[in-house]
Design a protein around this ligand. Structure first.
Ligand code: HEM
Length: 447
């Protein structure tokens, strides 16, 4: 192929049936087109549904492990639709985390009643066998209408704690994802406009982004309305923890997936995190924000080869991951803007008013995404850093060794210098600031 050939995009600029089929992107963005199933369609799965329904109570009474141990090993042959596969994944990953973290000490061995079907289901959905953002938020909500932007009317189908706080925590993400859907269609059209060099249309789309990022950030700021930081930190977050870098919480080797008949293996995986949202990575991708491995921040001190953002793509549903991987082939707004700046700066060429507008619009959009990340940083301070330093007051499951107790002990030992870790063991604040700064640099490095 000639190096000058224009690459023909294979993604249409409108979100149509073809995109939905290939990439599972719908008019609601990375959310499904209609609200997820509330029950598996075949009553064969009633034993799973019954446990899912009683999960908060079983955890509270520390009976979850013995109930799961009594489950039969069910086949996946009766899952009839994609909705069924997703619902089964949601149930089994909630049971998995309930089982691992629902006792005084973390459980190191997962029984075949979970592992055998879960390994098949996660392979079908191209997800790891662990709670992910897809299972916690994208496929875990009920809505009275077909628009999922109204956070007040959304409700989580499954929770660990049965609290409104936990439901709200997931539902804020659902509403944000739905608000972000418009960004996807608008920016796909902008990439198409770039391909045909319709610069004014690209600029108009970029000029619209700051307002949209603010709206999505406003939703983020509503987290505290119904989700109490102390409840989040001490009661909810421990259940989201993964099994990677979790020695301090009692899992030095991760978890053994016992498949029965002497089969099985030790597995270390990240926990569920909003960091696995494909939407935010879409924003980065479309604005050409690059994330490099943050080597300094590795909790074990080891050099990290893969960036967090690259790694968590493995925690997104396969079609969403492929959608993100496909985007660079549609063209790069950042490269185009950088070339304009180089022509003017290095070669002293005059640039056109359209090009000047595009450059300003691009820098404005990256500044707005930086601001969104600043708002997220504030949220992390309020929901993790402060509660970790304050320690626990009031009810809960005192004494249980989990991510919260391990992190709080660390925070109290080290005081203000503590490097608290995320659900996947990532050192929090340095990492999030590094990501925020990379976002800023995408725009500021362009003269
Ligand atoms: C109480 C609310 C929240 C808290 C405490 C929180 C906490 C965190 C933490 C600790 C990380 C570090 C990485 C990890 O542990 O996986 C992280 C990363 C991240 N979070 Fe959140 N988060 C919250 C809400 C959200 C929401 C609603 C979104 C958007 C859907 C979001 C998007 C992200 C993204 C994209 C990252 C990766 C870093 C980046 O690209 O900026 N977070 N968050």
């Amino acid at each position: 192929m000639s190096p000058h050939a224009v690459i023909t995009p294979t993604i249409s600029p409108v979100i149509d049936e073809a995109i939905t089929k290939e990439f599972a992107v719908t008019e609601n963005g990375f959310l499904p087109k209609s609200a997820p199933s509330k029950r598996l369609s075949d009553s064969y799965y009633a034993p799973w549904e019954r446990l899912a329904y009683r999960l908060p109570l079983l955890i509270q009474e520390e009976r979850i492990r013995c109930e799961v141990d009594l489950l039969p090993v069910l086949s996946v042959d009766n899952l009839r639709s994609e909705e069924d596969w997703r619902r089964a994944y949601v149930i089994l990953t909630f049971l998995t985390h309930g089982y691992i973290w629902g006792g005084q000490k973390a459980a190191e061995i997962l029984p075949p009643a979970i592992t055998v079907p879960l390994l098949k289901i996660s392979s079908h959905l191209e997800l790891p066998p662990v709670a992910t953002y897809a299972g916690l938020a994208l496929w875990n909500f009920a809505s009275p209408s077909s628009s999922f932007e109204d956070v007040e009317s959304l409700k989580a189908l499954l929770t660990f704690t049965g609290t409104e706080d936990e439901s709200w925590f997931y539902m804020v993400s659902v509403a944000m994802e739905c608000q972000g859907a418009q960004v996807i269609s608008k920016m796909l059209r902008a990439l198409e406009a770039l391909r045909v060099r319709d610069l004014d249309s690209v600029s108009a789309a970029l000029e619209w982004l700051p307002e949209r990022f603010r709206t999505i950030g406003d939703m983020l700021d509503r987290m505290h309305e119904r989700c109490d930081p102390m409840v989040f930190y001490h009661d909810i977050r421990p259940f989201l923890a993964g099994t990677k870098n979790m020695s301090a919480a009692g899992l030095p080797r991760g978890v053994f997936f016992d498949e029965g008949d002497g089969k099985g293996k030790w597995t270390e995986l990240r926990g569920g995190s909003n960091g696995q949202s494909s939407l935010i990575q879409f924003f980065d991708e479309v604005l050409g924000v690059e994330h490099k491995p943050a080597t300094r921040q590795s909790p074990t001190g080891k050099k990290e080869e893969v960036s967090y953002h690259e790694e968590v793509r493995g925690y997104m549903p396969g079609p969403h991951r492929r959608f993100l991987e496909h985007l660079p082939r549609l063209g790069s707004i950042r490269n185009y803007v950088a070339q304009i700046a180089d022509r003017e700066g290095n070669d002293g060429e005059a640039i056109s008013p359209e090009e000047a507008r595009l450059r300003v619009a691009y820098k404005g959009a990256t500044a707005a995404l930086t601001e969104f990340r600043n708002r997220h940083l504030n949220l992390v301070a309020r929901f993790i850093i402060l509660p970790a330093r304050q320690g626990r007051n009031g009810p809960g499951r005192p004494g249980a060794e989990n991510l919260a107790s391990a992190s709080s002990a660390l925070a109290r030992q080290k005081g203000a210098q503590a490097e608290l870790t995320g659900t996947g063991g990532t050192a929090l604040l340095p990492f999030l600031k590094h990501v925020r700064d990379e976002t800023w640099r995408a725009g500021s490095e362009i003269k």
